[in-house]
Design a protein around this ligand. Structure first.
Ligand code: ASP
Length: 433
């Protein structure tokens, strides 16, 4: 029998996970069984992906940068990457502001529902507000200061310090470029082979992906709050999803016009990474798979993808910035506030910066939303309003975050002549071995 393509296997895992949880919640003891006996397998799956993120960035980025042979190429690629990331983020926030101003989802929430939501989720919202407090105290150059680690082992020991690991890897790669070949070669070969091992590990982990997503989605459904509150926020959720879909359309157009590749090519190549982004809500955990798919199925050379993707996973979050714009205006609408054009322009700037500052982990976008709200003078307590539907929306915005990084890597690859036909002609032949 022909083996199902990986993305179908993952979709099957997701659907079965949801059905299984829906069945289990019919029994009093069901949710506990799911959280005791099923959820841990989801956590193990996410941990195994996170486990290889730092070694992967180190090995592939050192190899990628040292392969460039010439530093001017690096600055060219760096400039284009940052430029594209900023451009797509600003487009995303603008789409968010446009849809929320047209649909006005805030007007559909009555005062009673508003008070009920704030009452129910006050505690959860407060913990996000406290987390944001730390970010707010930072000075203007804090981000730059944080870029340079004082100790590489410390930096690599925490998945939250990806940018520091990236800094070290690029710096190390530059050192290799500057050395005579005979001296640099042994180190290059080592990282080359190290990189191959990590790629093999990704293949192995992906064998477990259908089971991992089964466990993740089953746990999520079994633990989700009541449907009534979901309904009250349906217009808001739809507005975010509509905005995110439009953003996917923007990527398709950009990729099509710049590289000539069809939307089918983009989505078929990237599907497993998108499905994992959806199931894990974390672009950092998805990064190893995104890198593998982009290199082997979208045809971007490793020199480009190893540079563009880890940076993108940390700073380019178009889905997050779009959601922050919609959420901020939605909260203002429910409080009956009319935001001026100037305030909305301010949201473009703060949501762009806030999405850059958001960590690539579940729920991070909501912490940074506190800062967007504060800048625009919208009550922070409003965060409680959107809590009930945040997780499903987080899943959707993470798909957009990952798709954005992959699209930009194709565009940058094309612009420096590093986009080729993909290695893996047959989808998923890698996993059939
Ligand atoms: N979960 C998102 C990501 O990892 C970040 C967020 O919007 O919360 O990309």
């Amino acid at each position: 029998m022909k083996k199902l393509a990986l993305h179908w296997q993952i979709i099957l895992g997701m659907v079965l996970g949801v059905l299984f949880a829906l069945l289990m919640v019919q029994f009093d003891w069901g949710p506990k069984i799911v959280s005791d006996w099923v959820k841990p397998f989801g956590t193990i799956f996410i941990n195994s992906l996170k486990l290889i993120a730092v070694p992967l960035i180190l090995a592939s980025l050192i190899k990628g940068v040292s392969d460039l042979k010439d530093i001017s190429k690096l600055s060219k690629m760096g400039g284009r990457t940052i430029g594209m990331y900023l451009l797509t983020t600003v487009i995303a926030v603008s789409i968010g502001l446009a849809v929320v101003n047209i649909i006005k989802p805030g007007n559909s929430v009555g005062e009673a529902t508003r008070n009920e939501l704030i009452e129910n989720y006050k505690g959860d919202a407060d913990s996000k507000i406290q987390a944001a407090e730390k970010q707010r105290e930072a000075g203007p150059l804090q981000a730059l200061e944080d870029l340079v680690p004082s100790n590489i082992f410390n930096a690599a020991s925490d998945n939250g310090n990806m940018l520091q690991v990236i800094f070290f890897a690029v710096f190390f790669g530059i050192g290799l470029i500057l050395l005579p070949e005979a001296k640099a070669d042994p180190a290059k070969k080592f990282f080359d082979s190290f990189n191959e091992v990590i790629l093999k590990l990704i293949d192995l982990i992906m064998l477990g992906a259908p089971y991992g997503v089964f466990a993740l989605l089953a746990a999520l459904v079994a633990e989700s709050p009541s449907l009534d509150l979901f309904k009250a926020l349906a217009w808001y959720a739809l507005t975010v999803v509509l905005g995110l879909s439009l953003m996917l359309l923007v990527y398709m157009l950009i990729v099509y016009f710049v590289t000539g590749k069809s939307p089918k090519f983009l989505f078929q190549g990237l599907a497993p990474a998108q499905l994992l982004a959806f199931s894990t809500s974390s672009s950092a955990a998805t990064l190893p798979v995104t890198m593998e798919r982009v290199e082997e199925h979208l045809g971007v050379d490793e020199e480009v993808s190893s540079f563009v993707l880890p940076i993108g996973a940390t700073i380019n979050m178009d889905g997050t910035s779009l959601y922050q714009a919609v959420a901020a205006v939605f909260i203002a609408q429910t409080f009956g506030m009319d935001l001026s054009f100037g305030t909305q322009l301010g949201i473009i700037a703060t949501a762009t910066l806030a999405s850059i500052g958001s960590a690539a982990v579940p729920g991070a976008g909501m912490v940074m939303l506190v800062i967007v709200l504060a800048q625009a003078g919208i009550p922070e307590a409003g965060l409680a309003l959107i809590f009930a539907v945040d997780r499903p929306l987080d899943m959707c915005r993470t798909v957009v975050n990952v798709t954005g990084d992959a699209s930009v890597s194709m565009v940058v690859g094309k612009s420096v002549g590093k986009l080729r036909e993909p290695h893996a002609k047959e989808w998923d032949d890698n996993y059939k071995k």
